[in-house]
Ligand binder design. Sequence first.
Ligand code: GN1
Ligand code: MG
Length: 354
Amino acid sequence: MMSINFRVMQIPQRVLAAYAFTDESVKAEIIGSGLINHTWKLTDSGREYILQRVNQHVFKQPEDIAYNIDLVASHLKKYYPNYLFISPVAAIDGRTLVYLEEEGYFRMFPFVKDSVSIDTVKTTKQAYEAAAQFGRFTKLLSGLQSSQLRITIPSFHDLTLRYQQFLSAIETGNQQRVKESDQLIKKLLGYSTIAEEYERIKTDPSFKLRVTHHDTKISNVLFDEHGNGLCVIDLDTLMPGYFFSDVGDMMRTYLSPVNEEESDFSKIEVRTDFYKAIAEGYFTEMKDELTDAEKNSFFYAGKFMIYMQAIRFLTDYLNADVYYGAKYPGHNFIRAGNQEVLLEKLMEKEHLLI
Ligand code: GN1
Ligand code: MG
């Protein structure tokens, strides 16, 4: 089969054909650092696109993602026609999701001209702008009942479930790894009050379910050339959720100058001014939407997401890296340890940040 040659994974000829590209004209390069989907940038006759292969092990019903995107697109088009919403490009057959037996699901977006995307938050302005964009997105969709969205990953940010999966992995995972991770396991079990707090929140009616992005890392925001936020992208995990999922993931990924891949934990830091930038950016849009109870849980957002990611990485390590994969032995153990240190650093600054 003819395909474009590719370092990580080839783009099947049939996918290109579905969008009426030919091998001769299209150029492809891999981009993105996501752990779940494959992403390429395509250039064809001067036009640029983003092509993605949806990971079917993680997203069992990719049609649900397409459904959610259509739902949100028509709501925004109707009520906020000036909002920059990036709709998928339809294939020749009119579908926005291409399924090919043996190859899986693919979808494509236009590449927004002159947009800039970044991988690391270097300035407080970037944190502010991103937080404002995610806040704005949820606010503009407040007229849409979040229960209308399809659940693309059941219980995705259900910390109770993640905690139970962690406990099961300790019981039934690779016992060699369990033994070697003893100290980290104990530390993370020691933070179980974070999961208990979530249990309480779930029954508290002052915490609202809203249209929530659930993956607010900085590469999911597009900026213009002046560094102003343009819009958010990657709506795979758009589902009903709590504000602290989005705010917490921003804290998890913007506060420290180094990310979850860093193995030199002495580089992990919580930058107070970046925390403030997230809060200010988010509140410019969401101040009047959030209840008092939610505002009072702003700091909790960071604990919630960092803790959940720490136990998700460690659970995966104990379960032989079946979900995230590993580029070197112990990769998920390092990621989990990194997140545990980040959590400690955040908690140390609690008195400064609330
Ligand atoms: C995954 O694929 P990516 O990097 O966008 C994961 C997130 C984690 C993140 C950690 C569907 O996101 O929940 O926070 O890795 N997405 C899924 O890097 O599990
Ligand atoms: Mg994602």
